[in-house]
Design a protein around this ligand. Structure first.
Ligand SMILES: [Mg+2]
Length: 228
């Protein structure tokens, strides 16, 4: 029987793309830069790529912070440095709180019926700001943010830290719910946690990163958990 749920936040509870678009547009506007929707979409691709490199251990967290903006800002004529822009962007991002449809209802349900923990890759400043703005911190017994933990999902160290901080942790009674094959599904599978992929776009699962179960809407989760 399942009694503990580890829940990813970005693109599982927060609509991260919407948050990212808002934060980037606000930061660019503050810097007086004229931009298109395409620019914003390009940034998203650059950022995704950098996070994949971080998950694989190919770049460091501090490099990620500015390198994505070095690449992105090269298209504009501006005196703003990547580091200054990174500070501004992260400030703006910490003030975004767009939730996915049904997320709050799911959090209400899970927090009443399970021991609920957040497991998120991100910076403490941005994640804490968004969690408090959205008023969702109250649903979790603890929030594990990779910057605090010292390693990101899918690394074993991340899950070791969670296991050590969850009272009477047991693999058999825990599930991990998240959208990402490379951080949530891979990390959970390798650690021996039952993985559930939230996959609203019905994207293909990479063969070596197949979740134990998959849901297409958050509303499917309560019934699925009861069936396990
Ligand atoms: Mg995610």
């Amino acid at each position: 029987m399942i009694d503990t749920v580890l829940l990813d936040l970005d693109d599982t509870i927060f609509d991260f793309k919407a948050c990212e678009r808002k934060a980037l547009s606000a930061a660019l506007t503050k810097c007086g830069l004229v931009f298109s929707a395409e620019d914003v979409a390009d940034y998203s691709k650059i950022n995704d790529l950098m996070w994949k490199l971080l998950e694989k251990g190919e770049i460091k967290r501090e490099e990620l912070r500015t390198r994505r903006f070095e690449v992105f800002l090269s298209r504009y004529e501006t005196n703003v440095t990547p580091s200054e822009f990174a500070d501004l962007y992260m400030q703006m991002l910490s003030e975004t709180d767009v939730l996915i449809d049904g997320a709050r209802e799911l959090l209400e349900y899970l927090s009443k019926n399970y021991r609920l923990y957040a497991v998120t890759n991100g910076y403490v400043q941005t994640q804490s700001g968004r969690i408090s703005r959205a008023d969702i911190g109250k649903y979790f017994r603890e929030i594990f943010i990779s910057q605090n933990v010292g390693a990101p999902k899918p690394k074993k160290e991340f899950f070791d830290y969670c296991a050590a901080h969850i009272p009477s942790f047991s693999l058999e009674s825990t599930v991990l719910i998240g959208d990402s094959p490379t951080s949530d599904v891979l990390g959970g599978n390798e650690y021996g946690i039952f993985t559930i992929r939230y996959n609203p776009a019905r994207l293909e699962n990479p063969p070596d990163k197949t979740p134990k179960r998959e849901v297409y809407a958050l509303s499917e989760i309560p019934e699925l958990l009861l069936s396990l």
